[in-house]
Design a protein around this ligand. Structure first.
Ligand code: ADP
Length: 510
């Protein structure tokens, strides 16, 4: 799926015709990339189009970076790491620069929310209260860490050196130059999750935003410069995954690659990085079980289950896409979630009353429609939704599927759209087994009034996050990431810093 470009993602050279199709406030000039503090075109001079998913129209052209541009950016990041002012900056000054970036983002919150809504399709109202504030918070959280990354001392007792005395300690050093490849579902927030820990630890970065949604990362690049983060510390190369992304993952000049996206591409990244054994962290897909027990408070569980899958149009790696409901409440929960789905106001992200926008791209629309068809072919039945909404743009109806069987594609695979499979259960042990049986392990949720049951289940579910009586609760302090094929390592929290530092043991004989 990822190796083939849909027509909507093909590279297009800049030409005069683009101007008349440009949407709203974004200008027709091709967006340039940020390399070594300069805004530059791709070496090839090529560009690609980014689209408004609500209409399918071109917003603007963006520089199509490839191997040569990645190489330039990696060299700039290497120079900034080895000999630039970044290295000499005190942790306090580094933290201040990150904090300033957060302040600038806050000052421009509305602009970022609009850009995000335009490029990704998400409701402006959501980008305003979730995407941008979470990104601001992440930078502030990581700014605080800049002064608190340190090693330890160790009283050692080397058995083969009787009588010798040592002073031993560890240093936590930045891992070096990091290649960061991010997806389109939360474009700004994913940039923040990646850049925050890299900057706090003193690394330098080549960031490649998703080709579907490059605009907020490029605007962030302007703020990065304004915040006084030195040239070359953050380089932003726009381009396609198969060219720029692949070149970045394979580049011998980077020390680590951090990726968020599909499990399928995650495996390609691992292969590309294997050649020189660069460090890899991955935040990948999921098929997250959301379990409503017999003793759940349905007043909160029903809207919770609806928002678990329909938030961000189901385009969340942790979307609650497998809804297990105790048999006693199955009909009530299914009809409640279906009623919620029916009420969702679908429309372009910029309209104030829109609750669900379009999917991000034609490719994604086709993918989700393919899953809906496959579900029907295999015997699943949509209680609500089940098709495309409207003819223009990439809108899909929020959908609840029943009559599913464990082996079906819609049950096993990540759909990444507003489609939930509702499955009845009676035995709690069996449901935990079913929840743990897939290839993923990103998130899970349980709805119950029984506190000890909640904690027991939290420990039994094999997932990086377990929500109890809530869903989609994120905070910069809480680590996020996956078990099994949902990834390696954690984003956010102190855990993320581990992935951006090397530990050096120093041993001094006294
Ligand atoms: P999604 O399934 O959410 O579209 P992808 O995994 O395809 O996610 O994309 C996430 C990011 O990975 C994007 O920035 C994309 O350009 C990049 N990407 C896609 N294919 C590759 C590849 N072969 N090598 C490196 N990066 C890639």
């Amino acid at each position: 799926m990822k190796t083939k470009l849909s027509p909507s993602r093909k590279k297009i050279r800049t030409n005069g015709n683009g101007a008349s199709r440009v949407s709203r406030s974004v200008s027709s000039k091709a967006r340039r990339m940020l390399i070594d503090g300069e805004w530059v075109d791709a070496v090839s001079g090529e560009t690609f189009a980014t689209y408004d998913p609500a209409t399918g129209e071109i917003i603007c052209q963006v520089a199509a970076g490839d191997k040569k541009d990645i190489d330039r950016a990696v060299k700039a990041a290497r120079a900034a790491f080895e000999s630039g002012p970044w290295r000499k900056m005190t942790p306090s000054d580094r933290g201040r620069a990150i904090w300033k970036l957060a302040d600038l983002l806050e000052k421009n919150l509305e602009e970022f929310a609009r850009l995000e809504s335009l490029d990704n399709g998400k409701p402006l109202t959501v980008a305003r209260v979730a995407d941008v504030p979470l990104a601001i918070d992440l930078f502030r959280y990581m700014a605080g860490w800049a002064t608190k990354i340190h090693g330890s001392t160790f009283p050692i007792s080397v058995p083969y050196a009787p009588g010798a005395r040592f002073h031993s300690y560890t240093l936590r050093e930045p891992i070096g130059v990091v290649g960061q490849i991010i997806p389109w579902n939360f474009p700004l927030l994913m940039a923040a999750w990646k850049l925050g820990p890299a900057l706090a630890t003193g690394c330098t970065v080549v960031l490649k935003p998703a080709e579907q949604t490059p605009l907020s990362a490029l605007r962030l690049g302007e703020l990065i410069r304004e915040a006084g983060i030195p040239d070359g510390v953050v380089n932003i190369v726009t381009g396609l995954g198969e060219t720029a992304g692949a070149a970045l993952a394979a580049h011998p000049g980077i020390d680590k690659v951090a990726f968020t996206g599909s499990t399928e591409v995650g495996k390609l990244i691992v292969n590309a990085a294997a050649n020189d054994l660069k460090k890899v962290s991955l935040e990948l897909g999921g098929k997250s079980p959301n379990i409503v027990f017999e003793d759940a408070d349905l007043e909160t569980a029903i809207p919770g289950a609806a928002s678990a899958i329909f938030f961000n149009h189901g385009q969340c790696c942790c979307a609650g896409s497998l809804l297990y409901v105790h048999k006693k409440h199955f009909d009530k929960v299914v009809s409640g979630v279906s009623a919620a789905a029916n009420k969702i106001k679908i429309g372009p992200g910029h309209q104030p009353d829109t609750e669900m926008g379009p999917l991000v791209s034609e490719e994604q629309l086709n993918r989700v429609m393919g899953y809906l068809q496959s579900g029907r072919n295999e015997g699943a039945r949509p209680v609500v939704g089940g098709g495309r909404a409207g003819k223009r743009g990439y809108f899909v109806q929020p959908t609840v599927l029943v009559n599913t069987k464990p082996g079906m594609k819609v049950v096993k695979e990540e759909i990444f759209g507003p489609v939930v499979c509702a499955v009845p259960f009676t035995d709690p042990m069996e449901v935990v087994q079913a929840a743990n049986s897939g290839i993923y392990g990103l998130a899970a949720a349980v709805w119950t009034r029984d506190v000890s049951k909640a904690h027991r289940l939290a420990s039994e579910l094999r997932a990086g996050t377990v929500w109890v009586n809530c869903y989609n609760i994120f905070d910069a302090a809480l680590p996020f990431g996956g078990y099994r094929q949902s990834g390696w390592g954690r984003e956010m929290g102190a855990e993320a810093l581990e992935l951006y530092t090397e530990t050096k043991a120093v041993c001094v004989q006294l």
